[in-house]
Design a protein around this ligand. Structure first.
Ligand code: BTN
Length: 253
């Protein structure tokens, strides 16, 4: 990554051809002493992981499949905030590099025209309620063509190249993301979640829209109203009551 302008993030770089998952590699690197900012990149993953136990389609050379090591000294229950921060940094960096109308679907999917173009998976290891480390896994469908997707994904997924009509220079986007993330992360550690929350709300395609989601206590349907201090989504249901959604996936209606 010649020309990378960050202080820490990505300064230790591990690039692979094929791996099972960059997440697994990053966890192993931490176990052998890798510091904060260590970045793992792979051309392809044979067992890319998505949120909620799903698989992540990672064809060779077509996307950005990466994992970033972070060691924030924050309580475990702040993890959702970090996830939202990651989405904000990723969305802003894509906006700087590619001409597309991109937004965030709660909590951290990036959508263009309602189709998913990028996903984020945070995996952490904690001790005594404090985080030891976090691996931020990021998948960006950069240069995939429609035929690169399995049939079942074609109506719900898209790529930056499909949407912008231009080839994406992956190194440029990785550098832009690392720089944006480093700035957001410093802001967060200094000032807390409030400024990140405002940025997230401005980029959201979820707020003020009807949504539906499955929670441990049943289905919640209503209008997504706002994000709270912890990163939970507040939904107003038909009775007027407010319900908070802390994790999982939502469906935009
Ligand atoms: C999601 O939207 O479900 C999250 C997808 C995260 C995919 C990335 S690709 C790089 C990193 N390695 C993985 O195995 N997963 C993440």
């Amino acid at each position: 990554l010649a020309g990378l302008r960050t202080k820490i993030l990505g300064q230790k770089l591990h690039v692979y051809g094929e791996v099972d998952s960059t997440q697994t590699i990053a966890h192993n690197l931490v176990a052998s002493g890798a510091p904060e900012g260590t970045l793992v990149l792979a051309e392809t993953q044979t067992a890319g992981r998505g949120r909620m136990g799903r698989k992540w389609h990672s064809p060779a050379g077509k996307g950005i499949w990466m994992s970033l090591v972070l060691t924030p000294r924050i309580p475990v229950y702040f993890m959702p905030q970090l996830t939202l921060l990651c989405a904000v940094a990723l969305c802003r960096s894509i906006q700087k590099v590619v001409q597309v109308d991109i937004g965030i679907k709660w909590p951290n999917d990036l959508l263009i025209g309602g189709k998913k173009v990028s996903g984020i998976l945070l995996e952490s290891s904690g001790e005594d309620e404090r985080l030891k480390y976090v691996i931020a896994g990021i998948g960006i469908s950069a240069n995939l063509k429609l035929e690169d997707y399995p049939a079942e994904l074609r109506s719900i997924a898209t790529s930056l190249a499909i949407e912008s009509g231009a080839d994406i220079v992956r190194e440029q986007l990785v550098q832009a993301f690392l720089l944006e993330f480093e700035e957001m992360y410093a802001l967060y550690l200094d000032k807390g979640f409030a400024p990140i929350r405002l940025l997230w709300e401005a980029l959201s395609v979820t707020l003020h829209r009807p949504i539906r989601t499955q929670t441990p206590t049943g289905i919640v349907e209503g209008i997504a109203e706002s994000l709270d201090d912890s990163g939970a989504l507040t939904v107003v249901i038909s009775s007027g009551e407010k319900v908070k959604i802390y994790s999982g996936d939502i469906e935009l209606k």
